[in-house]
Write a protein that binds this ligand. Structure first.
Ligand SMILES: [Zn+2]
Length: 421
């Protein structure tokens, strides 16, 4: 893609009301624009990152054997009254219609997926059953100031599973947990699994996948020597006490952001909607349900909070909007302009067409009027992992530098391609 044609270029400075790293950098670099607190437009660069994150999450869900579906955002109030969510969930958006009917905007979808499963689960042979979607969710937050970390409107992957027994859910949860950790690693994040209270959904324990970051909204206690990690809200131990699990090290306290969660819903919703199946012993039983979330747009914010320097964002390769940033300098010179065009074409056809869906994976800064310094500052701010320069100086070679590296080097195109493969 040509930067000259990109809708949503870098801004000279971050918006004044931006207080978090992700809000500042994503706005200034041209990935998002805030419409109002907690609600954002995703510009072309931002949408590409969001889609890359989505795909990594989707691949994980498919590996787990779940089926992708798409459920409505607009729900009839009756379903939420059936589960008492209408009265009890304070962040639920309620919409009145001129037809005198009331609706809710989805903030989770048990109220839709459970009645859906009712008509499709007959016997234990239909279980376990798991369906997920990647869709927008709404929460009527009182304050929303952390950029895309805490949206009123946000993109989420939500998976629901139905099981014939608690044991089957527990096994499924273990498998889901492994895949979740793999997903976060692919996204360039290290997540810790904590136990937390089940919140408004259930009296049972829930599991949270927390990423350590000062921009987070939770405090966790964790151990450096083992997997022990717990939300401070329900922790029995304190900071500085020895780890209750391995007894080796003192517990540390840190700020963290919840990137994903799992709720053991028990039979709450299957009883509310009277979903039953014929068990092996012939009796009718209510399935055990699990709900598994990953905040896709929040994860994008967390990645920025973890991967940046004083010049801008440093995207992990797996989610970067483009793989390569080609900076053309001295483009007033017709020969160099032709050379830059040739390199752009070569990279797109020879190597980078192997990108997903044959998409172009090179962002080409082809602006003639911009100075070198401005182009480098933009490239650093946008944070694409590999930068190459074609200029008067580079001759028939190109200059290469990784976004996180200090030194650049002169390479031929073939050497560059070999290095990146
Ligand atoms: Zn420990």
């Amino acid at each position: 893609m040509r930067y000259s044609k990109l809708f949503g270029k870098t801004l000279n400075e971050a918006p004044k009301d931006a207080t978090t790293i992700n809000h500042k950098l994503l706005s200034q670099a041209g990935f998002v624009e805030q419409l109002m607190a907690g609600v954002y437009t995703y510009l072309p660069l931002g949408l590409r990152v969001l889609r890359n994150i989505e795909q990594i999450v989707r691949d994980g869900m498919n590996e787990l054997g779940a089926n992708e579906i798409l459920m409505p955002v607009l729900h009839p109030s009756a379903n939420w009254k059936q589960t008492q969510g209408w009265e009890n969930i304070d962040v639920l958006f309620k919409v009145s219609s001129r037809t005198d009917k009331d609706y809710a905007l989805g903030q989770s979808e048990e109220e839709v997926v459970t009645p859906l499963a009712k008509s499709r689960i007959q016997t234990y042979k239909d279980l376990p059953m798991a369906a997920y979607q990647i869709h927008w969710k709404y929460r009527d937050e009182l304050r929303s100031k952390s950029g895309i970390l805490r949206g009123i409107e946000f993109l989420m992957k939500d998976l629901y599973s139905f099981h014939e027994s608690q044991e089957d859910f527990d096994q499924y949860y273990q498998k889901a947990k492994e895949i979740y950790l793999k997903i976060f690693t692919k996204l360039g994040l290290t997540a810790k699994v904590t136990e937390a209270s089940g919140g408004s959904f259930t009296q049972k324990i829930s599991y949270e996948f927390m990423v350590l970051t000062d921009a987070g909204e939770d405090d966790i206690l964790y151990c450096d020597d083992c997997d022990f990690c717990v939300n401070v809200e329900i922790a029995k131990a304190k900071e500085g006490e020895s780890c209750p699990s391995c007894k080796k090290t003192q517990l540390k306290k840190a700020r963290a952001s919840e990137a994903g969660n799992v709720f053991d819903l028990g039979q709450k919703y299957s009883k509310d909607f009277d979903v039953t199946f014929t068990a092996k012993d012939g009796t009718r039983q209510h399935p055990i349900m699990g709900c598994y979330g990953i905040g896709v747009s929040r994860v994008m914010g967390i990645i920025v909070e973890k991967h940046f320097d004083d010049k801008g964002i440093i995207w992990p390769e797996s989610v970067a909007p483009f793989k390569m940033h080609l900076v053309g300098l001295d483009l007033q010179d017709e020969n160099i302009k032709n050379r830059a065009e040739e390199v752009y074409k070569m990279l797109n056809t020879k190597y980078l067409h192997s990108g997903r869906h044959g998409e172009i994976q090179v962002l080409f800064d082809d602006r003639i009027e911009k100075r070198a310094g401005e182009k480098f500052a933009d490239a650093d701010l946008i944070g694409i992992p590999h930068r190459i320069i074609v200029s008067k100086k580079t001759g028939d070679k190109i200059e290469y530098k990784g976004r996180a590296e200090k030194e650049s080097k002169l390479l031929t195109i073939d050497e560059l391609i070999k290095q990146l493969q």
